[in-house]
Design a protein around this ligand. Structure first.
Ligand code: NDP
Ligand code: BG6
Length: 463
């Protein structure tokens, strides 16, 4: 039996939750912790945003000193010019609880460590950077020792494998924590250029009046990665591109790009607006999908020799709303492509009459706006201007700004995710109603069982 739909949670009032007295990091010895989380915790310590004890929990039989050494190595590998005093402050705040998540004794030890480091009534943020199959196990075990009574539970992605399993997982976690204390991570929501979509759209009257079917012809969202699945073969083969980045990251980007203006800049209003947009996106029609698999993928360790998992997908979405009816949204994403980038190209309708032409009488391209989110955030307006010389010949003129050059460096996504998890701000986490809509949208194209088209690594995917 599958768990029921949560239904829309629009209209709820979610203020910031209590600030954390301690951070418990499950999966502290893992890959994500090493690459992303420990460097983010260093940055937060540097800015004075992390001042509470950090208790790591994992199976490796490490002492607290071994954990501190590991943290130092992980930070040193990512952060240039590490400030020794800041690192030492972070290391001093760290404590290790070693044990298996299937063993109740691990959680007894954890409860004792929390009491010792933060006191009996501590409000604890539990961050689960562990294999998703263990999310429920850890939550049940935390509840058994009373550690869910005063906590925020933060779970990494993926949240479910499809709509039914997402609902089941949600029901299991919700037995222990209410929606407002359950934070589902989508690190794209912590990326500043993704958040900037809202500022660009709703702070600029130059843009927003044009942002609908009257003026926009089509939208393209591209997430390309020039690296392959590397050593994540067994993870990726069970997942594929649609589950890995479309259902979560790219549909969140799409929602921010196309949703109505939130009433206020609050977590609930933003998440209500995203839910409304996603609920008006039609489920993907399999006839509007191209799936690809790069040559050599089946030789990767952990990948089945006859795998039909896609490493590339291109698909078209349709938004059945007053604002967007008839405007196709083309999404493509993949691994082992020609470049690494995340960008959005919005193509406008041509002017009602074509008074001008390009060189040699050519038809002019319509206006476009390119919003680049990665690697270098920025915006480029492609305007048409008169070419110098005789005759009204128009030429395309890109006018762009690189936000990093203009505004300085941005914070990494995991810095935002942890800062907000500690402070209790749910804005940059996925709410269950939107997450269910996202699974509904991609459900018809999960696991079709047909062979994807081959493509050569380093290209733009199948022809
Ligand atoms: P890893 O396999 O590298 O790490 C898993 C962690 O969980 C380790 O600390 C491991 O401890 C611990 N663990 C696993 N099983 C047990 C157990 N039975 N008892 C106690 N500890 C256990 O995973 P990742 O770090 O790659 O991924 C963690 C989460 O982050 C997943 O949800 C993943 O989807 C998500 N994620 C990962 C990304 C990445 O780039 N790695 C990117 C985005 C999301 P030990 O090693 O000591 O055995
Ligand atoms: C993760 C996916 O969620 O996002 C990876 O599992 C992908 O496959 C990664 O590479 C991309 O994140 P970013 O921040 O590097 O764009």
């Amino acid at each position: 039996m599958t768990a029921p739909s949560t239904g829309p949670t629009t209209g709820s009032i979610t203020g910031p939750g209590p600030a954390a007295d301690a951070l418990v990091l499950f999966g502290v010895t893992g890959d994500l912790a090493r690459k992303m989380i420990l460097p983010a915790l260093y940055r937060l310590t540097e800015r004075g945003e992390l001042t509470v004890p950090v208790i790591g929990v994992a199976r490796s039989d490490w002492s607290s000193d071994e954990l501190r050494k590991h943290a130092g190595d992980a930070v040193g590998a990512v952060v240039p010019d590490v400030d020794g005093a800041v690192l030492e402050r972070l290391q001093r705040s760290m404590h290790m609880v070693a044990g298996d998540y299937n063993d109740p004794a691990t959680f007894e030890q954890l409860a004792a460590a929390v009491r010792e480091q933060a006191g009996q009534d501590a409000f604890v943020v539990h961050y689960l950077a562990v294999p998703p199959s263990l999310f429920g196990t850890v939550a049940d075990a935390l509840a058994a020792v009373g550690l869910t009574d005063r906590c925020r539970l933060v779970v990494e992605k993926p949240f479910g494998h499809d709509l039914a399993s997402a609902r089941e997982l949600n029901a299991q976690l919700r037995r222990h924590v209410p929606e407002e204390r359950l934070f589902r991570v989508d690190h794209y929501l912590g990326k500043e250029p993704v958040e900037d979509l809202l500022v660009l759209r709703f702070a600029n009257t130059l843009i927003e009046p044009l942002w609908d079917r009257t003026w926009i012809d089509s939208i393209e969202i591209t997430m390309a990665e020039d690296f392959d699945v590397a050593d994540r073969g067994s993870f990726y083969d069970a997942v594929g591109t649609v589950r890995d980045v479309v259902q979560n990251h790219l549909l969140q980007v799409l929602a921010l790009l196309m949703m109505e203006s939130p009433q206020h800049d609050t977590a609930d209003d933003q998440r209500d607006a995203k839910y409304t947009l996603l609920s008006s996106v039609r489920a993907v029609d399999p006839s509007e999908v191209v799936r690809g698999q790069y040559t050599g993928y089946r030789d990767v360790r952990g990948v089945a020799p006859d795998s039909t998992t896609e490493t590339y997908v291109a698909l078209t979405l349709h938004v059945d709303s007053w604002r967007w009816a008839g405007v196709p949204v083309h999404i493509r994403a993949g691994k082992a492509l020609a470049e690494t980038l995340l960008d959005i190209v919005v193509t406008f309708r041509p002017p009602p009459r074509r008074l001008f032409h390009g060189e040699g009488g050519s038809t002019l391209a319509p206006n476009r706006i390119r919003l680049c989110l990665q690697p270098d955030a920025g915006v480029t307006f492609f305007l048409l201007a008169k070419q110098p010389g005789g005759g009204d010949i128009a030429t395309e003129l890109p006018m762009g700004v690189d936000f990093r050059q203009a505004l300085g460096p941005v914070h990494e996504a995991y810095e935002r995710i942890f800062a907000d998890a500690l402070a209790g701000d749910p804005t940059h986490f996925a709410r269950m109603d939107s997450l269910e809509e996202a699974w509904r949208i991609v459900e018809p194209i999960l696991d079709p069982g047909t062979a994807p088209l081959p493509y050569a690594p380093g290209t733009w995917g199948p022809t």
